[in-house]
Design a binder for this molecule. Structure first.
Ligand SMILES: Cc1ncc(COP(=O)(O)O)c(C=O)c1O
Length: 386
């Protein structure tokens, strides 16, 4: 073992200053003696990969920089980031106010996990500020929302939500997965915590799973002990891949946002399309708000409604040559999803209809392809609707 230790040091000395950070797969780092162990324990040196890892730290710095945040915890998935944040900051007797238009599995965290620990949740429409005001309670520890809702793209007025929350001494947690820091940096608006599913636009190539929690040092230091205990950290390889993806993220987002606008405008003109949901459209109820807070970067997710006919919808999906039906979004390749199918097990037909998740509603995550190719593909497959 002694010989191996010396060889390690020689190789690392010779390989000093690589342009790109190598992947540090090592589970543990050799400690010299008990004093050295004490230093490692204080975070001065790396010691054990679940506790700290160079690749995860590099990714953490990048996300913090993009979000104008002091510190970021990198998690094994978006769900790990959401559950870790909520479980770490909440305790029995607390109340959480959720926007009702959020990712379905986040709703399940409230109903299937928080409730078991005596944490109460309620759900209101964050675009209705009076509803938010009325739902706040003395014990509302935090408000939780997404800026652009899935799949109907409603936008919340972040400044007003933060104002209401802070007046009530409640924290604001924003899942900014759909917006990305290239459209809005929620911490600049006074949001306390910003979360991402890095699986989506940060990864951008549909080949990683990850999540992030960004906030000031005080809040992050409160979350860290539980984050470490729950062991939901991202592995070094995925951290490295995500760092690589971030290098092209600005270019990707610019193209994806613009492509989405073009496709939304094209769909709005089609007679077989009953409605199109994208904040870039003047017909969108929060178009002006989006223009202001998203700096005209309206996101790359759009939805549209055609005839509520499952058979024709299936023909349309099968008829697409470039756009795949996927259970994810945010990649460089344009993909689609069918919200009614995704939520059929969780809601009744009446509830789905009330939520606007009709059989004819299709959601598209627009990628970086040539917009003309995408429009040609849609034009060809839309022939299945009269
Ligand atoms: C807005 C949003 N938040 C969180 C998640 C969960 O992320 P992950 O699948 O990385 O756990 C998703 C997944 O689709 C999402 O769309």
């Amino acid at each position: 073992m002694k010989g191996k230790k010396i060889l390690n040091q020689k190789i690392l000395e010779k390989a000093k200053n690589p342009e790109i950070t190598p992947i540090f797969h090592s589970t543990a780092y050799i400690v010299e003696d008990t004093d050295d162990y004490d230093l490692a324990n204080k975070g001065v040196k790396y010691c054990y990969s679940r506790t700290a890892n160079p690749n995860r730290d590099e990714l953490s710095s990048l996300v913090s920089e993009l979000e104008n945040g002091e510190n970021t915890l990198i998690c094994s998935s978006g769900m790990a980031a959401i559950s870790t944040t909520l479980i770490s900051l909440l305790k029995q007797g607390d109340h959480v106010l959720f926007n009702k238009h959020i990712y379905g599995e986040t709703i399940h965290i409230a109903q299937d996990i928080l409730q078991n620990f005596g944490i109460e949740s309620s759900f209101v429409d964050f675009t209705e500020l009076e509803e938010v005001k009325m739902a706040l309670k003395k014990n509302t520890k935090l408000l939780y929302g997404e800026i652009i809702a899935n799949p109907l793209t409603q936008i919340i007025d972040l400044e007003k939500i933060v104002e209401l929350a802070h007046k009530n001494n409640s924290l604001v947690v924003i899942d900014s997965t759909f917006t990305t820091p290239f459209a809005i940096k929620p911490l600049d608006y006074g949001t306390d915590i910003v979360i991402h599913s890095l699986t989506k636009f940060f990864g951008g190539h549909s080949d990683i799973t990850g999540g992030s929690i960004t906030a000031n040092n005080g809040i992050i230091n409160e979350i860290i002990p539980k984050y470490l205990l729950m062991g939901c950290c991202m592995d070094p390889n995925t951290s490295w891949l995500t760092c690589r993806s971030i290098k092209t993220m600005g270019m990707r987002m610019k193209k994806q946002f613009k492509n989405a606008e073009k496709i939304a405008k094209y769909l709005e003109k089609k007679s077989v399309v009953k409605s199109v949901y994208h904040p870039s459209l003047k017909s969108h109820p929060q178009h002006e708000l989006g223009k202001k807070i998203l700096n005209e970067n309206y996101g790359s997710i759009l939805s549209f409604r055609v005839e509520d006919d499952r058979e024709r919808v299936n023909k349309f999906i099968r008829g697409l040559k470039r756009i795949n039906y996927l259970g994810t979004l945010g990649g460089v390749n344009t993909s689609l999803a069918h919200p009614a199918t995704a939520f059929r097990d969780s809601f009744s037909a009446e509830e789905l209809s009330e939520m606007g998740l009709h059989e004819g509603l299709i959601r598209i995550s627009v990628g970086i392809e040539d917009s003309k190719d995408l429009i040609d593909d849609l034009e060809e497959a839309l022939k299945y609707f009269k």
